[in-house]
Design a protein around this ligand. Structure first.
Ligand SMILES: Cc1cc2nc3c(=O)[nH]c(=O)nc-3n(C[C@H](O)[C@H](O)[C@H](O)COP(=O)(O)OP(=O)(O)OC[C@H]3O[C@@H](n4cnc5c(N)ncnc54)[C@H](O)[C@@H]3O)c2cc1C
Length: 509
């Protein structure tokens, strides 16, 4: 059968969850993925005796059995929650400072505040006030979003004026902080740069330095990870991909791996189907694209088919950052080289905003270094007595795209050498224990995902173009987007966003 209710293009987090929810609702759905495995950013690969996780450091939105988060409930609905061995991570992260000191934050509000107050006793009162603002801001944002979702139609001019006048009274924290950067808010509360770095670490999850990172997103990340807890899982994120994919087929959906979509078919300006890479045609009432709007419009439609409104709509958005990562297999356990926290953010100076500027350069210089040791979370991720480390920096693709092909490998390994040298300073002796190493550059992400700039978090999210103003709806009837390009980006946000979108579509088709 080539006729479906919904066609999904791409089996990243958003594509997998869209297909699973539609299948769960009894819809005839087919999912196309150009790669030979599902998962998009969130997959794994093998070198020697190691299986390396590509993306997932921490899964959000899960919650606990006593206080389940939206993702736990979604996975229970798909029937996959009990198929996966979840690992709850006790610490949010560790920030290492250039003088060799550092701070680890527990993944629980009370302990986190208490620990910060102990480390920065002079700032205890401000720490308490700051957390009140972070939580109060998120409560008011949620209340405002719920109210907006419940109201129907475009409000008249009078209602708009009344709403504008009443807004600061009803939502004072939202009015005060919604358009502030992380740096502005941290400067209001704290003077100690180490404390500022400890509280702003989630900037690296969106790839925006604190001066450009919207406080609204920092507040959301902080409360989400504190309340729904950071998780990892045994067997890399491939276990989730595999389980969701099997759930899709178990519930009656169809999955085609190794089968990219080459074209979206339009009739009278509406999306009515797709042509796969082998030239086969499929029809559906709706198409969900899990790839970027840029690649959807630019690669899957002829230029004359792209509506002017879509071009205009996308103009203000800029393609976000990519990553340069070393995947390292060590022949020793993590404690032997001093790795005790699974997720660390390592600074060369106390000025994250200045160091971030190196993200535009080809090679790692003073860029903040994100280093993860998965073996700390789960000793079973690698053979007994070994460990897996990923260490990398955020990088824009520009300089890598300019590199002549004959210099690519030389530069890639030079980048790897520099990252290992940084690790050696922090974990003396690590170099001697390297058994396997592979390096991914922005071009690697570009090649595997097909995303412009090899972007790993979609569009840039600063104050002017954050998730709150994202181009979520397409300008072509029957075409929808579900990916990190129209949402906050990240595993948890993408799974839950796609679930909500697919449930809405299921009611309509
Ligand atoms: C190094 C790194 C670290 C990260 N760390 C974290 C973390 O700790 N926590 C977190 O929550 N998030 C993290 N992320 C971000 C997270 O991985 C992404 O936000 C998320 O996986 C993106 O999902 P997506 O739904 O947008 O789809 P994508 O992952 O972008 O997948 C899109 C899919 O579409 C496929 N495709 C493309 N073109 C076609 C076509 N024409 N036809 C068919 N298929 C096509 C691609 O092959 C791909 O499988 C990280 C990402 C990276 C790369």
């Amino acid at each position: 059968m080539r006729d479906y209710d919904v066609i999904v293009i791409g089996a990243g987090n958003g594509g997998l969850a869209s297909a699973a929810t539609l299948a769960e609702k009894g819809k005839r759905v087919i999912l196309f993925e150009k790669h030979n495995i599902p998962g998009g950013c969130g997959t794994s690969f093998r070198r020697g005796r190691f299986e390396f996780e590509i993306a997932l450091h921490q899964l959000s939105h899960m919650g606990t059995e006593e206080n389940p988060g939206p993702l736990m409930e979604q996975f229970k609905r798909y029937g996959i929650y009990n198929e996966i061995e979840w690992i709850r991570i006790k610490e949010l992260f560790r920030v290492n400072f250039p003088d060799g000191t550092g701070i680890s934050l527990p993944a629980d509000r009370k302990s986190c505040e208490a620990h910060l107050c102990k480390e920065f006793p002079g700032q205890a009162e401000a720490i308490g006030r700051y957390f009140e603002v972070v939580y109060g801001f998120c409560d008011q944002a949620a209340a405002f979003a719920a109210k907006s979702a419940a109201s129907t139609g475009e409000p008249g001019a009078l209602k708009k004026a009344v709403m504008k006048a009443g807004f600061p009274r009803l939502y004072p924290l939202l009015a005060k902080y919604a358009m502030k950067s992380t740096q502005e808010v941290l400067d209001e509360f704290f003077t100690d740069p180490k404390l500022q770095l400890a509280l702003s670490a989630y900037w690296c999850f969106m790839g925006m330095p604190p001066t450009r990172f919207p406080f609204a997103i920092l507040a959301k990340c902080t409360t989400f990870y504190l309340e729904t807890k950071p998780y990892y899982l045994r067997g890399t994120s491939m276990m989730m991909n595999q389980a969701i994919m099997e759930a899709v087929t178990r519930m009656g959906g169809v999955v085609r791996l190794n089968c990219g979509v080459q074209r979206i078919i339009l009739e009278n300006g509406k999306a009515v189907g797709v042509v796969d890479e082998y030239g086969e045609e499929y029809r559906a009432k709706r198409i969900i694209s899990n790839i970027s709007p840029l690649a959807t419009y630019g690669n899957l439609l002829a230029p004359e088919e792209v509506p002017e409104a879509a071009r205009e709509y996308l103009k203000p958005y800029t393609v976000g950052i990519s990553a340069l990562t070393c995947f390292i297999g060590l022949d020793c356990p993590p404690e032997e080289i001093g790795f005790t926290t699974s997720f660390t953010l390592n600074y060369e100076s106390l000025d994250a905003n200045r160091d971030f500027q190196d993200a535009y350069k080809l090679l790692p210089e003073s860029d903040p270094l994100v280093a993860t040791c998965y073996t700390v979370d789960d000793p079973c991720v690698s053979p007994p007595g070994t460990s897996i480390i990923t260490a990398g920096t955020l990088k824009y693709s520009g300089e890598w795209e300019k590199l002549p092909p004959d210099q690519y490998y030389e530069m890639k390994y030079e980048a790897g050498k520099r990252i290992v040298a940084r690790l050696e300073k922090m974990y003396p002796g690590i170099t001697e224990h390297i058994e396997e190493m592979e390096i991914a550059t922005p071009l690697t992400h570009m090649r595997y995902l097909g995303h412009p700039g090899g972007a790993i978090y979609g569009y840039e999210q600063d104050l002017m173009q954050s998730v709150f103003f994202f181009p979520a709806e397409s300008k072509i009837p029957n075409l929808e987007f579900a990916s990190g390009w129209v949402n906050a980006c990240g595993f948890g946000p993408n799974y839950t966003y796609a679930d909500t979108l697919a449930a809405k579509i299921a009611k309509e088709v």
